[in-house]
Design a protein around this ligand. Structure first.
Ligand SMILES: Cc1ncc(COP(=O)(O)O)c(C=O)c1O
Length: 372
C-alpha cells in the first residue's frame, strides 16, 4: 500500500500513462492472487468490494431483485452475523418474501442439520450461511448444505468473513455460488473485500451500482454494461487497499492455509483444555477442536464482559466484548453479551497462559468487591 501511494499513485483502467498502467497491473495482479487463494476458476469471478457486508448486499440487490418474489423463502441460520441477516430482511421486506432459519443447538454450538430437508421447501430461492461463526467458532458443514440445496436447484451464498482467513477454502470444492470475505480479517487493510460469484450467475445479474468503469457505452437515456468483473466495480476503487489485500494473500499462500489451520487447531485444543479446568466460566461453541476455529466467546460468572475487557486491556490483552453483531444468537444463548478472545497465526501458547491468568485476576478482583 505504501509502495503504491509513494511510487505509482494513479487511477486504474485509464491506460495511456505509465503510472496508471502500473497501478492497473498491480490491482489486477491482486485480483489474481485472491482468485488463486480460493480456487476461483477465473479472476473475473472475483469482484472487489468494500467488505463482506457490501458483497452480501450486492447479491441481495443485484441477484435478489431479479430472483426473489412474493412468498419466496430465503433460508439462513440462527448464528448469522447481522451482515448476513439484515440485507436479507431488507430484501424480504421489499419483495414480501420470508426468511427461515436453521436452528443452532446451544449445547453443541452446531447447526441442526436434521432440519435441512424440511426447511429447503419448494419456495426456497436462496440459502445464505456462514462458513465459521464469529461467536461460537463453529465450522459449518457448508459443502453438505450446498449439496442438499443444489439437489433442489437452490443457490448458496457463503459468508466467508471468518472461514476464509482461517481455513483452506476452495470454491470449486465447496461448489458454493457466492462467497464474500474481507481483507481486514486476514492481515490486510480495512475498507476492501471481495465477492466471488459463479460466472453464469454474475453474467445474469444487473449491476449493483451505476457510474464510471462499469459501463460499455452510455447515451443520454441508457447505458450498456462492461464485462465481468468491472460491471460490478463502479467508480474509483480502493486501489491501494486491493493491492495490499493481494500482498496479504500472497503471504498467507506462502505460509499455506493448511499450516494456518493446523496452528490454530493446536491452539484451540490447548485453549479448550485450559478453559475446561476453570470454574465459573462458560465457554460457548463446540468442544471438539476439529469442529471449530480459534475464536472463543465466554462469560465469567459475576463479571460483566465489558469489565472483563477493561481488566484484560490493563494487562495488554485485547478482547472484544459485546454482542458481536449477532444479537439473535445472543438471545438464543440467553445472554446479552460475551467476551471474545480470537487467536490467529501470530498467537502462541504463552498468550493462552496470559489469558487464563487474566481471567483468574478478574475473578479475584470481583470476589474481593463482592466480599466488601
Ligand atoms: C461471520 C462474519 N460475517 C460478516 C462480517 C462482516 O464483515 P465486515 O464488517 O468486514 O463487512 C463479520 C465481521 O465481523 C463476520 O465475523
Amino acid at each position: 500500500m505504501t509502495d503504491y501511494y509513494a511510487r505509482y499513485n494513479a487511477n486504474v483502467h485509464r491506460g495511456i500513462h505509465l503510472l496508471s498502467e502500473e497501478a492497473t497491473a498491480a490491482y489486477e495482479g491482486a485480483r489474481k492472487e485472491i482468485a488463486q487463494l480460493i480456487g476461483a476458476p477465473a479472476p473475473a469471478t472475483v469482484l472487489f468490494t468494500r467488505n463482506t457486508t457490501e458483497g452480501i448486499n450486492l447479491v441481495a440487490h443485484a441477484w435478489g431483485e431479479k430472483n426473489i418474489s412474493a412468498g419466496d423463502e430465503i433460508l439462513l441460520t440462527e448464528m448469522e452475523h447481522h451482515a448476513n441477516l439484515v440485507p436479507w430482511q431488507m430484501l424480504a421486506g421489499r419483495k414480501k418474501a420470508r426468511l427461515s432459519f436453521l436452528s443452532v443447538n446451544t449445547g453443541t454450538g452446531e447447526l441442526a442439520l436434521e432440519e435441512l430437508e424440511q426447511k429447503l421447501t419448494d419456495r426456497t430461492k436462496l440459502v445464505a450461511v456462514t462458513l465459521m461463526s464469529n461467536v461460537l467458532g463453529t465450522i459449518n458443514p457448508v459443502k453438505q448444505i450446498v449439496q442438499a440445496a443444489h439437489a433442489k436447484g437452490i443457490p448458496v451464498l457463503v459468508d466467508g468473513a471468518q472461514g476464509v482467513p482461517h481455513l483452506p477454502v476452495n470454491v470449486l470444492d465447496l461448489n458454493c455460488d457466492f462467497l464474500a470475505f474481507s481483507a481486514h480479517k486476514m492481515l490486510g487493510p480495512t475498507g476492501v473485500g471481495v465477492l466471488y460469484g459463479k460466472e453464469a450467475l454474475l453474467e445474469q445479474m444487473d449491476p449493483f451500482l451505476g457510474g464510471g468503469d462499469m459501463i460499455r457505452d452510455v447515451w443520454l437515456d441508457r447505458a450498456t454494461w462492461n464485462d465481468l468483473p468491472w460491471k460490478f466495480e463502479a467508480g474509483t476503487p480502493d486501489i491501494g487497499g486491493a493491492i495490499a489485500f493481494g500482498a496479504a494473500v500472497a503471504y498467507l499462500k506462502r505460509l499455506g492455509m493448511e499450516n494456518v489451520r493446523a496452528h490454530e487447531r493446536a491452539i484451540t485444543e490447548k485453549v479448550l483444555a485450559r478453559f475446561k479446568a476453570l470454574s465459573g466460566v462458560t465457554l460457548y461453541g463446540p468442544t471438539d477442536p476439529e469442529k471449530r476455529g480459534a475464536a472463543f466467546s465466554f462469560n465469567v460468572a459475576g463479571v460483566h464482559p465489558h469489565d472483563l475487557g477493561q481488566i484484560f486491556d490493563d494487562q495488554g490483552i485485547a478482547v472484544r466484548a459485546g454482542h458481536h453483531c449477532c444479537k439473535p444468537l445472543m438471545r438464543k444463548l440467553g445472554i446479552v453479551a460475551a467476551a471474545r478472545a480470537s487467536f490467529y497465526l501470530y498467537n502462541n501458547e504463552s498468550e493462552i497462559d496470559r489469558l487464563i491468568e487474566a481471567i483468574h485476576k478478574a475473578q479475584e478482583m470481583f470476589s474481593v468487591v463482592a466480599h466488601r
